[in-house]
Design a protein around this ligand. Structure first.
Ligand SMILES: Nc1nc2c(ncn2[C@@H]2O[C@H](COP(=O)(O)OP(=O)(O)OP(=O)(O)O)[C@@H](O)[C@H]2O)c(=O)[nH]1
Length: 555
């Protein structure tokens, strides 16, 4: 739900790139600073926790019961490896050549294990070491955070720095030629890309130039129908270059903006494939020649991009199956090894699972900081701008209420299951599937209490805060305890206060004291991680909740 509060902050990814201060939420300095989305999940986890004697007991118990902590599917091992590097810097005052030696060894090991090519790792380590030691101490930033920042910046550079947008032809249809080995996901990418372009307002046509696998033509026809884009095909008896040429002619006559040419894959690179691609390329003079590579093949993918570029000249790569058991080597090596950018990443079998490749967001995911911007974008897809603006106003005027809460939870349902989103949320990449199920259950738990509130109570939660009778009635009608209702109400005020602080922070408005916000959040996280001190921290938490309520009443 709180994810939506970030919506109004960034109207588009491009806007986010233009306004670094707005994407500051994802900066390593703030890596412990919860985004609105992470707060949401924390809030969501909370009710069940609150059914226990202390707010964090349930969480801890379930964590233990699950036995192991499952990492986010993407780059889990790499993230863990890097984390052990930061941990070694706990307690040091300043980064020195000596004290970064061991963390740097961890980083090196983590990258090699992620299948990043050795020369790339060497250059990376050298550059990070140099910059880390040379960095001035920043007040309020711990040395481990400082190293995270340097590693983040270097990762972004390694992956190309900037987003590499698709180029479009100035006259006539833009031709995108897709190449790649067998089974990497070319045909699927054709449809995914067509859908992506359609959403951009471009009219597309797919061209079936894979004549060696008749099923590929059927597959493209099916996918074309699914995304509502016409498919041009001539069966399997015509040369691919001729089909591509005829397809382009047809697209011109239909005034299409873009054609995407699907070509045949081979088990491995061979001369026949390269020659065929060269012929197709010559026949249609594509604006983009994109090599589709499978992320699971690690640094081999980077090598392939190089070979294809040397042979036929390509403009970029599309990395597929990043949702699978990818270790990160491909994403990290392609640009550095081949000089060609990754333009898109495929992250699932669904037709919607293609996104532009954002080096900065990928770096944040690798570092386990989640991907706030992707999350926001997903949220944007399902949330109308007016809703976002209204929500922002409510947050800023501290009027976020239970109706908004319900609206946002419904939106989350529309955005897809928690499990798909979880890896994108900072701090949430150590969540087990069981915990995700628990979170979903908890949402229902909260909803059941909200559903029995009167419209007035939903609109003005302070009515519940001020009246025990009302809380008792809600408890009775929803079959929950009075304590659970009180906790839900307290939680709403607490979220309100936090959201306001963050909105202010993100908008650079009333210059809130970021240290203070972070300290408060850290204290809470510490409490969750430290059962020994649980009670004392809970006291602080209660105090903050009370403060939040008082703050509201004063308004
Ligand atoms: N998990 C996952 N699966 C994917 C992704 N992209 C494609 N696939 C799956 O990979 C398989 C192969 O995809 P295709 O699109 O047929 O591959 P292709 O490169 O066209 O194959 P050939 O025509 O044989 O060269 C299919 O089962 C796809 O659903 C992805 O990003 N993630």
């Amino acid at each position: 739900m709180e994810a939506t509060s970030t919506l109004a902050l960034s109207s588009s990814p491009a806007a986010a790139r233009r306004s670094p201060e707005k994407s500051a939420v994802a900066s390593p300095h703030l890596r412990r600073f919860p985004t609105t989305s992470s707060l949401h999940l924390r809030a969501v986890q909370s009710p069940a926790l609150r059914a226990h004697s202390s707010p964090f007991q349930g969480w801890r118990r379930r964590r233990r019961a699950c036995g192991l902590v499952v990492r986010a599917e993407m780059f889990g091992q790499l993230t863990t490896g890097l984390e052990s590097a930061w941990n070694k810097l706990r307690g040091v005052d300043v980064l020195t050549k000596e004290n970064i030696a061991e963390p740097m060894r961890d980083i090196r090991r983590a990258l090699l294990e992620a299948d990043v090519s050795l020369p790339v790792v060497r250059r990376f380590i050298e550059s990070v070491s140099e910059k880390a030691v040379g960095t001035d101490v920043i007040r309020g930033v711990s040395p481990d955070q400082q190293l995270v920042k340097v590693v983040n910046d270097e990762l972004v550079q390694l992956m190309g720095g900037e987003v590499s947008d698709l180029a479009f032809s100035k006259s006539g249809p833009t031709v995108i030629l897709l190449a790649g080995l067998q089974g990497v996901g070319k045909t699927t990418v054709c449809a995914k890309l067509a859908l992506y372009l359609k959403k951009m307002g471009k009219s597309c046509m797919l061209v079936a130039a894979d004549v060696y696998r008749p099923a590929a033509i059927d597959q493209l026809n099916i996918l074309g129908k699914k995304v509502g884009v016409p498919v041009y095909s001539e069966g399997t008896d015509v040369k691919p270059s001729q089909i591509a040429k005829n397809g382009l002619k047809e697209a011109k006559s239909q005034k299409k903006d873009v054609i995407i040419v699907d070509t045949a894959g081979r088990l491995q690179v061979d001369k026949a494939m390269m020659n065929e691609l060269k012929e197709v390329k010559k026949a249609v003079n594509p604006t983009e020649v994109l090599l589709v590579v499978d992320a699971m093949t690690g640094q081999e993918a980077a090598g392939l991009v190089s070979s294809f570029n040397d042979e036929i000249g390509i403009t970029g790569a599309i990395l597929t199956k990043l949702d699978g058991d990818s270790r990160g080597g491909a994403a990290l090596s392609v640009k550095e090894v081949s000089g060609k950018p990754i333009k898109f990443v495929g992250q699932g079998e669904r037709i919607e699972d293609l996104e532009p490749f954002y080096p900065d967001r990928m770096a944040q995911r690798i570092l386990g900081m989640g991907d706030v911007l992707s999350f926001v974008e997903k949220a944007q897809e399902v949330m109308r701008q007016e809703d976002a603006e209204e929500l922002q106003k409510k947050i800023l005027s501290a009027k976020f209420n239970f109706n908004d809460f319900l609206k946002q939870t419904q939106m989350i349902a529309k955005m897809g299951s928690f499990s798909r989103l979880i890896g994108m949320i900072p701090g949430m990449n150590k969540v087990t599937p069981a915990q995700i199920r628990e979170a979903e259950k908890n949402l229902k738990f909260m909803e059941s209490m909200i559903n029995v509130m009167t419209p007035e109570e939903r609109e003005r939660p302070e009515l519940l805060a001020e009246s025990r009778e009302r809380r008792k009635r809600v408890a009775k009608d929803s079959g929950k305890t009075e304590q659970q209702v009180s906790q839900l109400v307290a939680q709403l005020f607490q979220m309100r206060a936090r959201m306001q602080k963050m909105m202010g922070a993100m908008q650079g408005k009333d210059s809130p004291n970021m240290d203070e916000v972070m300290e408060s959040i850290k204290a809470e996280e510490q409490a969750a991680a430290d059962t020994g001190r649980r009670r004392r921290k809970y006291g602080n938490l209660r105090q903050r909740q009370l403060d939040a309520m008082r703050g509201f009443r004063r308004r």
